[in-house]
Design a binder for this molecule. Sequence first.
Ligand code: GDP
Length: 434
Amino acid sequence: KPVIAIVGRPNVGKSTIFNRIVGERISIVEDVAGVTRDRIYSSADWLTHEFNIIDTGGIDIGDEPFLDQIREQAEIAMDEADVIIFMTNGREGVTLADEQVAKILYKTKKPVVLAVNKIDNPDMRDMIYDFYSLGFGDPFPISGSHGLGLGDLLDEAAKHFPEQDEVEYDENVIKFSLIGRPNVGKSSLVNAFLGDDRVIVSDVAGTTRDAIDSEYEYDGQEYVIIDTAGMRKKGKVYESTEKYSVLRALRAIERSDVVLVVLNGEEGIQEQDKKIAGYAHQAGKAVIIVMNKWDAVDKDEKTMNEKTKEIREQFQFLDYAPIVFTSAKTGKRVHNLLPVINRVSENHAMRIQSSILNEVISDAVARNPAPTDKGRRLRIYYATQVAIKPPTFVVFVNDPELMHFTYERFLENRIRDTFEFEGTPIRIITRARD
Ligand code: GDP
């Protein structure tokens, strides 16, 4: 999908516009274990266009001077986006800071669309003329608070979307990515994968952007490591900016079937680890937890069990994810990962016959009757699998309001007890039968 980035000095209304464009989708956040999505990156659509959008203003650069922050945000936008929306504030006119942003953006070869925000009514349109001086052509008047002008702005942005955005891989290819905080050993693990003699590295596919994937084959199965380049890319912005690595991770997750959440065995589990893992879970990807640097841990025969317990406690929402202990340094168990990747990827794409599924559900209901509310009992009529990756089930009932999440959880567990869904989230959607 094409990527739009919003850039501009502070207080021009970037996040308001971002939220407008993204609409409801961000608020559908699963509030599990404090997992909330950073409001800096989301998929969105406008008419027939689907795209991803970044609010660079939300990228926390730290305590650097103002100008450096703007510069870094603009550089991230120039790196990551196909189209840049340069936002200004019509009520304040062109400011020095706008000119500074413009100066940075002159360097980019990416298309820039200039938006003048806070033009809340047609009488204020005259205010946009000043902005021609920035040298980005026609300014587009918009109003974030009233939601005006966004259609024209997005039409203009969409004109600049590249033709073919991302490489498409064959369906049989397993696409996976490694995500995690800096220095947990992601690139070392990738090198360990690709450095093995039995691994045939077939190709390195470059996309229109700098994202580079590694294609390889092992034991007759083809794989693609998504965004190998991003993992290997080191530099000031990439290292120092937590939210930027999150952004990179979100993009890799989106293109993957299987996500390896890499943790550093030398350090305790951190909030950021949970957040990153939460993105993979929310995106409905198959997940494997990789406890790396296991060589560096002082251990006895109990350590692995203890660590497993800790991971299970900290990542309750990932109770379905297998855990693999690796050392990218010594290579130990790195190749255990491949069979696990194969397995969870298969589970992620599994289809269950409706007849068997319904037997499981009615058996579950017989054991543990459906809940009642104000004297009415939930009745389940029928269940069917409607999607894979992740497996998604629709349960038809008399009244969806009567489906309590604990009961949904119970049904999920019954399904998991019966079928092999290790490594994959499953989704249950409750619908009223008409
Ligand atoms: P990334 O930022 O997640 O890609 O992490 P890197 O792969 O760059 O690794 C960060 C540092 O940890 C490097 O100094 C690696 O040599 C080291 N490292 C990576 N994996 C292991 C491991 O399994 N064991 C040990 N002891 N060190 C590791």
